[in-house]
Design a protein around this ligand. Structure first.
Ligand code: SAH
Length: 252
């Protein structure tokens, strides 16, 4: 997914290689192709590979940086995820707000989402580098998620938001789309359709008003363009011709 390519996921000071592996797996399932590590305690490590369960490409390609500044160099927006409120006063975003902000900003450059070490979380000095924090709303009495699970939740939010945005873009008509037929053209088509239904005796003695009303709804909803209408007119003309032939045969 193109939108996710410019969101840099950064894991700071991860202690357990298994968490690095699980995070790689979590990221790959959500369509991320890269991860960044800041001073991991043990990396590379066979346990990271074991837990990555096939997301080895993310591990092999992981950028390893000495500090957070280096990992987020060039980013125009940096969000730090935290389980608890910190001493550093900064705006706190919900996962959804964070996903929207990150993807919006990613249109103009790279952005980063940062995760802290298992035991201590991000240090205040590291949070100072962030524009805002992100908190997954958990039970306040038990608020800290496992690192890789926090990665999974936030990566999922990013994917949902990216999918919704992509859906909106796909819903826009492509540039070469033909405009829908005009009101007059539609009315000409409805006239032709009505005439044809009578010619082929579709209504079998009933008035056909309800059928016509439903067909109008159907075609107005479809909003055909002029070329599509020409094809429909062609089909109606053929149907009328067949009906005439059948009538002529009967009269022989
Ligand atoms: N005791 C630490 C917990 C660290 S858990 C603390 O209070 O921050 C490791 C990392 O997982 C955190 O630094 C954070 O990046 C992420 N994380 C865990 N729970 C989270 C939550 N509820 N919301 C956002 N991030 C969370």
């Amino acid at each position: 997914m193109r939108a996710l390519e410019r969101v840099r996921i950064v894991l700071v000071g991860t202690q357990h290689p298994r968490n690095i592996g699980s995070a790689a797996r979590a990221l790959k399932t959500m369509g991320f192709g890269a991860m960044h590590l800041v001073a991991p305690a043990m990396f590379p490590h066979p346990e990271a590979q074991a837990l990555a369960a096939g997301a080895d490409d993310l591990l092999e390609g992981a950028g390893v940086h000495p500090g957070l500044s280096e990992a987020v160099a060039g980013c125009t927006l940096v969000l730090g995820s935290t389980a608890t409120q910190r001493a550093v006063p900064m705006p706190e975003l919900s996962p959804r707000e964070a996903a929207v902000r990150l993807l919006e900003a990613s249109r103009q450059g790279e952005v980063a989402l940062v995760f802290g070490p298992e035991r201590t979380g991000l240090e205040n000095a590291e949070l100072q580098l962030c524009h805002a924090s992100v908190c997954i709303p958990t039970d306040p009495a038990f608020s800290s998620l496992n690192l890789a699970q926090a990665v999974q939740v936030l990566a999922y939010e990013l994917r949902l938001t990216a999918m919704a945005q992509e859906g909106l873009e796909n819903a826009r008509p492509p540039l070469d789309a033909r405009p829908p037929a005009t009101h007059e053209a539609m009315e000409r088509f409805f006239g032709h359709l009505d005439q044809t239904l009578h010619a082929i005796d579709f209504h079998k003695g009933r008035s056909g008003i309800t059928v016509m009303r439903r067909l109008r709804r159907l075609f107005l909803r479809a909003a055909p363009d002029e070329r599509e209408l020409r094809m429909l007119h062609g089909i109606l003309a053929d149907a009328q011709r067949m009906a005439r032939l059948a009538g002529a045969k009967k009269n022989l």
